[in-house]
Design a protein. Structure first.
Length: 312
């Protein structure tokens, strides 16, 4: 009505304070939770032992005694207890980055003989328990891979991944007396994965499997349609398995038989389960383990074709 005082506009009421659904103890737990804690699907958490960290980009190796694990990390190979994951020294330093580490069989004077290779062509032999370097050899190329299939023979792949590589043999009568014995007839122009047993070595070369056995004057080559990403030699020497970028595992039966050129037309057995590239192959007796990029581990028995999975 006329003459009445107009009501002053009121300010909008402030929203109620937002209550936190987490207790101070929850906040404290989040702050203190280590970065290597894994959250499981059912809500539980598990603290996984953190070993080499983000710099461990090359495969680790467990000593012959099974008590120590060594993981390449920068210019050293860090040692850890296989039981407690506690740090147990390091193999190094090296002039270059450690690109390969492998274990030899137990010796009377050394339970954990270890070998390391570096991007500067260094090859070092170690007592894995005391972390003392016992001998050093120098090569003119980077060390790509190592394998110690026999106590007195160490195999060294020299080169870089995706480039030319050759295989050298090192005689190891003792850890202090290692010496070069020359090049073996196995090489690749586009080097990939490597595996070896006593008297046998396999190296992938792009889409080709390169194979050599003791007594052969040259290596055998078996072609595929797709790039090979993994290789493993059967411990009973019945076949050689390879995995490719499409997730297929191919099994070449009988290719270690005979000597010289393989004139028998061979067709590998095909097994396809992985949705993505096969990243690793390994044997445990008659069981072939294959790991795919999708994060699934397959365990296939070559004798009865039984199959088990360990999902991601």
């Amino acid at each position: 009505p006329h003459g009445a005082m107009a009501a002053s506009p009121r300010a909008a009421p402030a929203p109620p304070p937002r209550l936190s659904t987490s207790s101070p103890r929850d906040k404290e737990r989040r702050v203190q939770q280590p970065g290597n804690t894994v959250s499981l699907g059912d809500g539980r958490t598990h603290r996984a032992p953190l070993l080499g960290g983000v710099m461990a980009v090359h495969a680790s190796a467990v000593g012959a005694s099974g008590s120590r694990l060594f993981a390449p990390c920068g210019n050293v190979a860090l040692g850890f207890s296989a039981r407690t994951s506690r740090r147990l020294g390091a193999l190094g330093p090296h002039e270059g980055r450690v690109t390969a580490v492998c274990a030899g069989s137990s010796r009377s004077d050394c339970m954990d003989a270890m070998a390391t290779g570096s991007s500067m062509g260094e090859l070092k032999l170690w007592d894995g328990k005391s972390c003392v370097c016992l001998s050093t050899l120098e090569f003119d190329r980077p060390v790509l891979a190592l394998s110690w299939p026999e106590p007195a023979t160490l195999l060294v792949v020299l080169g870089e991944a995706g480039k030319e590589a050759v295989l050298e043999s090192v005689d190891v009568p003792s850890l202090e007396g290692a010496r070069k014995t020359g090049r073996l007839p196995l090489s690749a122009k586009c080097a990939g994965r490597f595996d070896a047993l006593e008297g046998v070595a396999a190296l992938t070369d792009g889409k080709v499997l390169c194979l050599w056995a003791k007594g052969w004057e040259s290596c055998r080559r078996y072609s595929h349609s797709h790039a090979l990403t993994a290789v493993a030699i059967d411990p009973f020497r019945r076949y050689v398995a390879v995995g490719d970028e499409k997730g297929v595992v191919w099994t070449w039966w009988g290719i270690l038989d005979g000597e010289g050129e393989d004139k028998v037309p061979r067709v590998p057995a095909r097994w396809h389960w992985h949705a993505h590239a096969v990243r690793t192959l390994a044997h445990s007796g008659p069981i072939l383990l294959s790991g795919g990029e999708e994060g699934v581990l397959c365990l296939r028995n070559s004798e009865d074709e039984s199959l088990h999975f360990i999902p991601r």
